[in-house]
Design a binder for this molecule. Sequence first.
Ligand SMILES: [Zn+2]
Length: 367
Amino acid sequence: MSETTGLTDASISRIVAELKTENLVDETRLTAPYQGGPSAFLTLSKDRHVGAVEFSSGRVHVGVGSLTGEIRFSEWLDLPDGADLETVRATYRRALHQLTDHVDRTGIQLRQIAVSIPGYHEDLRVNPIIAIDPANILADIQAAQPGVALLTANSIMTRAVAHQLKQGVGVAAGPYLYVFVGHGVGAALIDDFAASGDVAPCEIGHMVLDPRGPRCRCGHAGCLEAYVSTAAVAPALGIREQDLLTIGAWQAGRLKLSARSRGDLATRLIRLGHALGNALNLTPVRRVVVAGWPAELCDQVQEAVLGGIDASLFGGASTVTLAFSNAELGREPAAGLALATYAYLQRGAMRAEELAADIVTNHPGQR
Ligand SMILES: [Zn+2]
């Protein structure tokens, strides 16, 4: 940790002491709450809670979780693609009502709420994916949960941060392209997350591969998403989209696909590879992590994706490292709660650093 934050062990001990006096952390020797994490020396306090409102997979999800990643409450309502502004607002307000109801009933005080919206970009006034006014939803949440800190993020940002927290600090060295392929398709360039929190979201799902291709929900035609989203792939596999969205490696291994389905799947995965290769052509990054449904079928899809990359990346795919991250599908609102936890800890850590600086400046004798 000291390597990535640039803090000395002594100042970390002081910050930890401050966090403990604020009941933010307990010092124990339990296992980290996320898979692959360090064999923890700290656990986050269980009695602090965060909330999430996550628009994902044709639904609006709401949830409450502890800082340790335990989900205390979760609920969802259907919100089909193409719903108008009024329907979207009425639906998330009903979901918010359920969240508030839970918070009131349990007496939990939320420290942070993360709002995760596909197609959300700060500078974009009209969202092409979902009819939602970010100012309205923030005002509605503020009215329902007065005084709670809010963070709004693009869905891929939410997925990328949740992926990083699952990996643990310091595991993924060097920059990489994280790609999530679900009901929506997005990517993020991640570089030195532990030190800088640097995540650059990009709309790879709306890279147009064929302007005469199938209609996409963004209004264009032939986008990558129109070929590889769960909405497009499930019918080709002969299963329901909700079944593909919750598929695990075990079920994926038992899928009985006809030769025709297998061929169709390979064509779609090659297109995914083309888009990835084209994205890599714009950056020196050569590591790719794919999450979502292809990660559950990883043994069956690796070759096709790499073949697609090889056909579009300048110089071919030989310099590319392709990895899959499974168990990230159908995890709403866990990803939103991970983002809320991250946002809360970032604010808390900043406060602790200020406190540490204050100790060093004003109480040198305590060093
Ligand atoms: Zn599109």
